[in-house]
Design a protein around this ligand. Structure first.
Ligand code: PEP
Ligand code: MG
Length: 584
């Protein structure tokens, strides 16, 4: 049994066989063949080895010719593995004695190699791990390349173990069979984590080398509450996990009583809780969990389900759908926030070197006016069906906001000329997700109807920490005094200008920040709908005076840890049974 610690990004516990994906997403499940098929599998293995050696020899010759013999030597290591009689005989044994498929035998042997190398704890051998994966991929391409299967069509329950998953892969996971996932890479507010929470898939990310440690087909446990993965658990541990699963279900059920209660403090101070959505069908779940509207609709997820640009009609249908499901409730439609870790990188011919600081979000839209206008037309056409607002993401400059509004007005004029009805008074807002925007809140605020504070990005840009990079995950902290001062400043400016202000980053749904944010004057929280009942429970258990006091005290502290510990303590005073599960 081995316990690995990562970052808890989506709550819940699961026990199932591991489905380990290699970098090219080959699914290598533990598969046995009929004894009569063993000779055939041996033949396939032999062919894969010979084919791989042929390819590498060719590559080696080409590289030697172009870059010299010295450079070409890197392939000698690959050839060494493939020609190693011990490696071959172990794979053959796995076939002959255990009747494993050739693909599984390859995968098992290569992973054993990786583990051995990592155990040596020497830089030379650690660097060779990538070469072993390379050899594995090459062999698997010969063996299963032609029948690569999607994750959306599994036949039995599994826990997906991968180096990383893109938000779109996560969204297309087959929910009936994929019980959880665990990845080497990732952080708490990366979009893969956000999608996992939206779909309710327990997940742990940032485990560094889980793909090397987990063997395909072996039973593993993913504990998305504590950020732990257990490999090869013993019977006693499994029993404990089953009890924790039951306890988790009980906690969620108990919280459900809060869904329909009003969100007011003990001294009658009213707060609005809204839902964040990525897909239209989440509206129903948001409402069921007590959301009073949609505070963030991440429309760029429309790009997920298709390889091409959505048409205006496809945009329109999605918006009408959301607005009709929401009824009278407000819906904030955020215009496309493409770029960075969302899709465009994979689709561009030349990926950007630094995409989080590149042409993402509103910058992308202002340079691709056809895409932007198509979306704005669809939103405006749908606007008569409900109560929408438009929100522009990643505004850092006033001129960007003015340009975006100008384009919106152009689109309004076009619609007017065409005689198409829309809501001319549709409220316009901006996301505050960079220090620049936060500091200029007073200026931006004069030209919009509302702000929404996007702390996921605000934290990464304030602290210069990539929100999806597990190596710096410990530096990504919501309670850094710089981050908190920016948030407080934005709330104060909005309240002074009497415009709306909400917070729609992941912080809004993390219970330990509820008192602080409310005490800073925030009245609208928008979050993953599953978090609503617990946040409501906290708000209903406190008073606004208590929350203001917590905010005052917290802002006097000097370090993120002091502030976090203080907030955890104060939250426990309000909710005695509270145990923090959000990645700390
Ligand atoms: C944010 O940055 O806080 C936010 C809500 O937007 P996203 O997570 O989609 O970048
Ligand atoms: Mg953002």
């Amino acid at each position: 049994m081995e316990i690995k610690k990562g970052i808890a990004v989506s709550p819940g516990l699961a026990i199932a066989p591991a489905l380990v994906l290699d970098a090219q997403e080959f699914r290598i499940t533990q598969r046995r063949v009929n004894p009569s098929d063993v000779p055939h599998e041996l033949e396939l293995l032999q062919k894969a080895i010979v084919g791989s050696i042929g390819e590498i020899n060719l590559l080696r010759a080409q590289v030697a010719q172009k870059h010299g013999e010295e450079t070409a030597r890197i392939f000698d290591f690959h050839l060494g593995i493939l020609n190693d009689p011990l490696v071959r005989s172990r794979m053959e044994q796995a076939l002959a004695e255990q009747n494993f498929s050739a693909a599984y035998a390859v995968s098992m042997e290569m992973r054993r190699h990786v583990r051995d190398f990592l155990e040596i704890n020497d830089q030379y051998f650690s660097e060779r791990v990538k070469d072993v994966y390379d050899v594995e991929r090459r062999l698997l391409r010969h063996l299963v390349g032609g029948r690569k299967e999607g994750l959306s069509r599994l036949k039995s329950e599994a826990i997906v173990v991968a180096h990383d998953l893109t938000p779109s892969q996560t969204a297309s996971l087959d929910r009936t069979h994929v019980l959880a996932f665990a990845t080497d890479a990732g952080g708490l507010t990366g979009h893969t984590a956000i999608v996992a929470r939206a779909l309710g898939i327990p997940a742990v990310v940032g485990l560094n080398d889980i793909t090397a440690d987990a063997s395909p087909g072996d039973i593993i446990v993913v504990d998305g509450n504590r950020g732990v993965v257990i490999l090869d658990p013993d019977e006693h541990t499994l029993e404990e996990v089953r009890q924790q699963q039951e306890e988790h279900i009980r906690v969620v059920q108990n919280l459900s009583e809060f869904r329909s209660l009003p969100t007011i403090t003990r001294d009658d101070y009213r707060v609005n809780l809204l839902g964040n959505i990525e897909f239209p069908n989440e509206v129903t779940e948001c409402i069921a969990n007590g959301a009073e509207g949609i505070g963030l609709y991440r429309t760029e997820f429309l790009y997920l389900s298709r390889e091409r640009e959505p048409t205006e009609e496809e945009h329109y249908e999605a918006y009408v759908n959301v607005l009709e499901m929401a009824g009278e409730r407000p819906v904030i439609i955020r215009t496309l926030d493409l770029g960075a870790d969302k899709f465009t990188q994979a689709r561009t011919r030349e990926p950007e070197r630094n995409p989080f600081l590149g042409c993402r979000s509103i910058r992308f839209c202002l340079r691709h006016l056809n895409i932007f206008k198509r979306q704005l037309r669809a939103i405006l056409r749908a606007s008569v069906k409900g109560n929408p607002s438009i929100m522009f993401p990643l505004i850092t400059q006033l001129t960007e906001l003015r340009q975006a509004k100008m384009i919106l007005h152009d689109v309004m004029e076009d619609l007017e000329e065409e005689g198409i009805k829309f809501r001319r008074d549709i409220p316009i807002g901006v996301m505050i997700e960079t220090p620049a925007a936060a500091i200029k809140a007073a200026t931006l605020g004069r030209e919009v109807d509302f702000f929404s504070i996007g702390t996921n990005d605000l934290i990464q840009y304030t602290l210069a920490v990539d929100r999806g990079n597990e190596r710096v995950a410990s530096l990504y902290t919501s309670t850094d005094p710089a981050v908190l001062r920016l948030i407080r400043h934005v709330i104060r400016q909005a309240n002074r200008l009497k415009i709306g202000v909400s917070l729609c980053g992941e912080m809004a749904g993390q219970p330990e920040y509820a008192l602080l944010l409310m005490g800073m004057g925030l009245k609208k929280f928008s979050m993953n709908h599953r978090a609503i009942p617990e946040i409501k429970q906290i708000i209903r258990s406190t008073t606004i005076e208590q929350a203001k006091n917590v905010a005052r005290q917290a802002m006097r502290l000097e370090t993120d840890w002091q502030i976090l510990n203080y907030l955890l303590e104060e939250t426990r005073k309000v909710l005695p049974g509270f145990s923090c599960s959000s990645g700390h």
